[in-house]
Design a protein around this ligand. Structure first.
Ligand code: GRG
Length: 295
């Protein structure tokens, strides 16, 4: 099947899963559920949930255990992090996924609560949807909690805030920030998929390693797009990092070197994924595609 057809099919599965799993918008308190759906159903790229589905399919093409709830859980956490990142106490942004940010469309307190509720809902979903596979449910919760917690996503955000305007941010610190903020959720998406597909420990280790490299490559491209992209294509405000005096791969190394590092990390991810069993063609093309993305 052609790459774009397969990708649209996976994104459509994720969108249907989101609509099915999330509490209906009119469930009380409706304002909260509306805000959760407003941000989640704003049409992001759905990279992380697509990685969950892709990794699961590598090991279990007939889908004995449905990976969609896990894909939705990952997107819930990702979306909560975007809502909170956009708040005035963090990045203070007005535009996300081509729409007014959650606190602009609703209000600050509702946006904070919508983020909290999405974070909590992700773990409800994992424990509920995989309840008949107790050990798998526990592994999925552990993996996602580790990626979303103080050592990774939240920790990376903390380091990012601490590093703002600091002239002393080094390449090593930048790697640590991005491994936490971006890499961990991308890695966890692949691992969750692998666990659901029944991947053996050695293959899970490969997904972890390749996922970390892919996460870094993805973030460097994000830095390049932030420096070169436009609002209409990105659906968010570009140029904010440089304006805020934040160190990025582009400000630290220049766009050409940043691109070279991204290519090297992307190749490392592809090499790792190539060693996996199953039909890796789609995953490898996805990795390549992320290098040339425009949003
Ligand atoms: C508030 C706990 C907390 C964390 C915030 C998500 C985040 C961490 C900050 C947003 C800014 C940023 C550059 C984060 C790095 C991760 C990243 C590139 C997010 C955007 O992901 P995409 O491009 O977004 O996949 P879509 O909208 O397509 O899902």
């Amino acid at each position: 099947m052609e790459f774009t057809t397969k990708l649209s099919g996976l994104v459509a599965r994720v969108e249907r899963g989101i609509d099915r799993e999330l509490p209906p918008a009119n469930d009380a308190p409706a304002r909260l559920h509306e805000a959760m759906r407003y941000s989640l159903q704003a049409g992001g790229k759905r990279l992380r949930p697509v990685l969950v589905l892709t990794a699961a399919e590598l090991f279990d093409p007939s889908g004995h255990i449905d990976p969609v709830p896990a894909a939705v859980a990952v997107e819930c956490i990702h979306t909560y992090s975007l809502i909170h990142d956009d708040l005035p106490c963090m990045d203070n942004d007005n535009l996300r996924r081509g729409r007014p940010t959650c606190h602009r469309a609703f209000d600050e307190a509702t946006a904070l609560l919508a983020g909290d509720a999405l974070l909590t809902f992700a773990f409800f979903l994992l424990s509920d949807a995989y309840a008949s596979h107790a050990s798998l449910a526990a592994d999925l919760c552990r993996e996602l909690a580790e990626a979303a917690g103080s050592r990774n996503l939240v920790g990376g955000q903390m380091l990012d805030l601490l590093g703002e305007k600091s002239p002393a941010v080094t390449d090593e610190m930048l790697h640590r920030i991005h491994a936490g903020k971006t890499g961990a959720m991308i890695r966890a998406s692949l691992v969750l998929g692998g666990l659901i597909g029944g991947a053996p420990p050695a293959a899970i280790a490969v997904l972890r390693e390749g996922g970390s490299d892919l996460g870094l490559a993805f973030q460097i491209v994000d830095d390049i797009l932030d420096a070169t992209g436009d609002t209409a294509t990105l659906g968010k405000t570009p140029g904010k990092d440089a304006k805020a005096g934040k160190a990025t791969f582009v400000t630290l190394h220049g766009p050409e070197h940043a691109r070279r590092v991204a290519e090297a990390k992307s190749s490392a991810a592809s090499r790792a994924f190539l060693s996996l069993p199953g039909d890796t063609a789609f995953l490898l093309e996805l990795v390549q595609n992320l290098m040339t993305r425009t949003r």
